[in-house]
Design a protein. Structure first.
Length: 257
């Protein structure tokens, strides 16, 4: 196993200097009972084998170029710019939107699921622009902002169908054509392309635990390693890449990000 495979796990689960203790290994304790932390460690070990799929910058741009429908543009802009799950998007009501005195002051109340932190947020300009364009067509009647034909909130299934449709038009690989990839894309590109701090991205995505955000710091590194594997390098990160990634984790642990 390449050395970098263990970097994220070490950063996520530090239990003190006793490296061989049951807590650090994720094993049963002396009384034979698995603690919540140990169970979480084992779950992470299983999950880390399949890292989240995300769109690289060119794929993200290609996706938005093929979306012309005003409603769908608003859906995909909100999902990408604010890292929303499909279910969270369907929960947005007309009463949750507040038009600002200018475009960069539009606000939206977001209800996040799975323990994430929601609340009112100022919309990113691209999302605010797309939402205003859709509301000019939809109107301001109460109810879900994004409705199905029977006036119910748009479903996760329909959103996934839309993602597959537009990804096919944009030439994006089928394995990335899942609506949740937009959330992964948001977190990854904020870190790798816009160089936002881990803490800022954590707050933007509503992560209650910064360890969830740290996964996105690893994805570009893994993509680089995968490309090198295809070139016969064995998928190993360079010493420089490993140093940069370890340095970022050190900053997080030291409270510098």
């Amino acid at each position: 196993m390449p050395e970098n495979e263990n970097i994220l796990r070490t950063a996520h689960y530090t239990g003190g200097p006793e490296e061989d203790c049951a807590k650090n290994k994720g094993e049963k304790g002396p009384d034979g009972v698995r603690t919540a932390q140990n169970t979480h460690i084992e779950r992470f070990k299983r999950r880390k084998r399949t890292l989240p799929k995300y769109l690289i910058l060119s794929e993200k741009d290609a996706l938005f170029r093929v979306i012309e429908d005003p409603r769908d543009r608003a859906i995909f802009r909100l999902a990408y710019q604010h890292g929303l799950r499909a279910s969270e998007l369907g929960m947005i009501q007309m009463k949750d939107w507040r038009r600002g005195t200018s475009l960069d002051m539009d606000r939206l109340f977001l209800r996040r699921l799975k323990g994430s932190i929601g609340g009112e947020t100022i919309l990113v300009n691209a999302a605010a622009t797309a939402l205003r364009a859709w509301l000019r067509i939809r109107g301001t009647a109460p109810g879900p902002i994004f409705q199905s034909r029977n006036h119910r909130p748009i479903s996760r299934r329909r959103l996934d169908e839309l993602m597959k449709h537009y990804c096919q038009l944009a030439g994006i690989p089928e394995e990335k054509a899942h609506f949740h990839a937009l959330k992964h894309t948001c977190g990854t590109l904020l870190l790798s392309e816009q160089h936002e701090s881990i803490v800022d991205v954590q707050k933007h995505l509503g992560h209650a635990d910064i360890r969830s955000t740290m996964i996105y710091a690893q994805l570009p590194m893994r993509r680089t390693a995968s490309a090198r594997r295809g070139c016969g390098t064995g998928g190993r990160l360079s010493d420089g890449d490993q140093y940069l990634f370890q340095e970022r984790i050190w900053h997080v642990r030291a409270g510098r990000e």
